[in-house]
Design a protein around this ligand. Structure first.
Ligand code: KIV
Length: 263
């Protein structure tokens, strides 16, 4: 089994073998992902695929801590990042209190914060106080209601320059890596080349330092909608429906349990 990552070993992967990040929300899946992934992200996307809500905005700190604990219990050798949910880092003071709450109540190795230059002072404050921070720029799911939808970024010169500014600000604030979501490939490449910390993309092409996917998307379990950047590595929903159907049929025809599964 490989050694658990630290912020240092993650940073050393800049420009080397791409980092593999995947979301995890519980111990069962976290254990299954541990071997293949460098980093497990307890993303607030759990509010959609786990809790069935329409977006990530209503996720709570309590919820994130609960799921982070489950993931850490299932994957003890994984570097685990806990997403700070919407409204828990709107100023330096509350951000630090809430990030410390995550550290106190779970074994999370780092937290993730959405936002660019506008959040740089908050990232810097957390880092100064001993919190490892993963940035998140580009398409920010927590801004979906404010922006009226999920919008790909980097399409105009103005957006490109803003993204480059955001990336630099987050790096200078002390983040050890950053997620870049929903950004045109060429701009994401430029971002990755402009900073010395690993840039992990989602919907941002392959010229970055790693990739992250939401597990329920890449395993084909989440069927509400499928963004263009999602590749399904398994038709999980279909496989599960088939398995439940087979179980139901066997129960009804009394072929389960057979002798093999009976005391
Ligand atoms: O919440 C999440 O799963 C995320 C990923 C989309 C990066 O932030």
């Amino acid at each position: 089994m490989r050694k658990k990552h630290t912020v240092t070993t993650i940073q050393k992967r800049k420009g080397e073998e791409p980092l593999v990040m995947i979301t995890a929300y519980d111990a069962l899946f976290a254990k299954l992902f541990e071997e293949g992934a460098d980093i497990l992200l307890v993303g607030d996307s759990l509010n959609m695929s786990f809790a069935g809500k329409k977006d990530t905005v209503s996720a709570t700190l309590e919820q994130m801590i609960y799921h982070t604990n489950a993931v850490c219990a299932g994957a003890k050798e994984s570097f685990v990042i806990c997403d700070m949910p919407f409204g828990t880092y709107s100023d330096k003071h509350s951000a630090l209190q809430n990030a410390m709450e995550v550290y106190r109540k779970s074994d999370a190795d780092a937290v993730k914060i959405e936002g660019g230059a506008d959040k740089a002072d908050i990232v810097a404050h957390l880092v100064r106080n001993g919190i490892a921070v993963c940035g998140h720029i580009g398409l920010l799911p927590q801004s979906v209601r404010g922006e009226g939808g999920y919008k790909v970024k980097g399409k105009t010169q103005e957006e490109r320059l803003q993204l480059l500014k955001d990336a630099k600000a987050i790096e200078e604030a002390g983040a050890f890596c950053m997620v870049v979501e929903g950004v045109k490939t060429e701009v994401a490449k430029e971002i990755a080349q402009s900073v010395a910390i690993p840039v992990i993309g989602i919907g941002a092409g392959n010229a970055v330092d790693g990739q992250v996917l939401v597990f329920s998307d890449m395993l084909g379990l989440f069927e509400e909608f499928t963004p263009k950047f999602v590749k399904k590595y398994l038709n999980g929903a279909e496989a599960i429906r088939e398995a439940v159907k087979a179980y139901a049929n066997e129960v009804k025809e009394r072929s389960f349990p057979s002798k093999e599964h009976t005391y």
